[in-house]
Design a protein around this ligand. Structure first.
Ligand SMILES: Cc1ncc(COP(=O)(O)O)c(C=O)c1O
Length: 423
């Protein structure tokens, strides 16, 4: 029966599901069947390895018991908006009125709503690849996507030079730092150049009476930076970016709370007004009890800092183990490479196996490399194609939220043995 297809809108008929979730589902099914696979696919956490903060958990239970079970206000609990306001002022130096802060059920609805608020059909959304889901948001917004490729030489972050040729036609530029999938983050000089590019462009548009170029800045991983890496914001770099910048953020990653569904969007009033109306119709509100618990948690600076220090230690320990293991393999002449971890829960790794032969067959694609890693080395990873990069270059994202350090210690020797079979 083909009839159902004819009943679909063009938008939903053309929709493509998440490539990452597809791979993750395949791996979960294998594990459920008893196969021994290390799952480094999803940007999520195993709750036994990365539990949410204890006070946050207790806060959710207490809020439910106290009857926080009805609709929250559609913009979010006022106390949570105030808590985010203070959190941003104290930790990022960003001062926003309450009207510029809206709560949603995670970061996804803030991104979707921001794009729908800022883009008309046919407008250009400029985004870098590799990046997370921008191809899908382009489609959902009816926009024209322009993807700019970034490579390992810039840690997979787009530069002002690479964006410049496309900036004139863009209605919205979207950036994500720290970056999923690469685990890297903007340095001050690079972000300064991009800020200057946007401000110059908007100076020209203002003189010509044209609408400004807006920047959707996804900073969901901003608390997960390591060592000397410091998170930077466009508005922190130059306050003149304030009318053009929409921040997307939430508790999902920094507090291992992906299932709690609390996110927020922060931006200029003229955007956040219509944003609020649109989000209200979608109804993607964060659950009320989770909002109430997040208020108390964010206000407790000491607990937040203690939790983050512990969590970052656990993550960076895993990422460093992987990076050092791959470094050792590289030194021993194996075709692998990785980028030093700077942030997030991800490591960028290259398995340079294209053109190499396995059991008499030549490896031609990242998908073949993915299968090789899964079947011969026992671990699952996501190729950068799932993040929009076209080249069959052997680059993969490894996510450490669902593996232990002991797991990782078995991964590198298993990979070494598997690579010994490659000619
Ligand atoms: C860059 C980035 N933004 C947003 C999200 C979505 O976050 P949430 O789970 O809060 O919707 C993710 C999740 O993987 C992400 O990596």
């Amino acid at each position: 029966m083909n009839a159902p297809v004819r009943s679909l809108s063009r938008m939903s008929a053309g929709i493509v599901g998440s490539e990452i979730l597809k791979i993750a589902a395949e791996i979960r099914a294998k594990i459920a069947q008893g196969e021994n696979v290390l799952n480094l696919t999803v940007g999520d956490f195993r709750p036994d390895l990365f539990p949410i903060p204890e006070s946050l958990r207790r806060g959710v239970v207490a809020a439910l018991e106290a009857g926080e079970t009805n609709y929250p206000p559609s913009d979010g609990l006022l106390d949570l908006r105030k808590a985010v306001q203070r959190f941003y002022a104290e930790r990022l130096g960003l001062e926003y009125p309450i009207s510029g802060i809206i709560i949603a059920s995670g970061v996804r609805p803030t991104l979707y709503t921001a794009f729908r608020t800022l883009l008309d059909e046919g407008d250009t959304l400029l985004y870098p690849v590799p990046s997370w889901n921008n191809n899908h948001y382009t489609w959902l917004s009816g926009a024209k996507g322009v993807a700019v490729e970034a490579g390992p030489e810039t840690h997979f972050l787009p530069t002002a030079e690479s964006l410049r040729p496309h900036i004139g036609e863009a209605r919205v530029l979207t950036l994500n730092s720290p970056l999923n999938p690469a685990g890297t983050a903007y340095s001050e000089p690079e972000l300064e150049k991009i800020v200057a590019l946007v401000l110059d462009e908007n100076g020209r548009r203002d003189s010509a009476g044209r609408p400004p170029l807006m920047l959707v800045y996804d900073q969901v991983y901003w608390m997960l930076t390591f060592g000397l890496v410091r998170h930077l914001t466009p508005v922190g770099i130059d306050p003149r970016m304030r009318p053009y910048t929409v921040f997307n953020d939430g508790i999902s990653k920094s507090f291992a709370a992906t299932g709690l569904r609390v996110g927020w969007c922060v931006g200029p009033d003229e955007v956040m007004g219509p944003f609020s109306s649109l989000l209200g119709h979608i109804g993607a509100w964060a659950p009320r009890a989770e909002q109430a618990a997040t208020v108390s948690f964010l206000q407790d600076a000491e607990t937040v800092d203690r939790f983050l220090a512990g969590m970052k230690g656990e993550i960076v320990g895993r990422l460093e183990l992987l990076h050092e293991g791959f470094g050792q393999l590289k030194q021993d002449g194996y075709p692998v490479d990785s980028i030093p971890p700077q942030s997030t829960i991800y490591l960028s790794v290259r398995f340079d196996l294209i053109g190499k032969s396995l059991n008499g067959n030549t490896i031609n694609t990242n998908e073949e490399i993915r299968r090789f890693l899964l079947e011969q080395a026992g671990f699952a990873a996501v190729p950068f194609q799932a993040f929009g990069l076209k080249a069959e270059s052997g680059w993969f994202r490894l996510s450490v939220g669902a593996v232990s350090q002991a797991d990782i210690r078995t991964l590198v020797p298993a990979l070494r043995r598997a690579l010994d079979a490659i000619g």
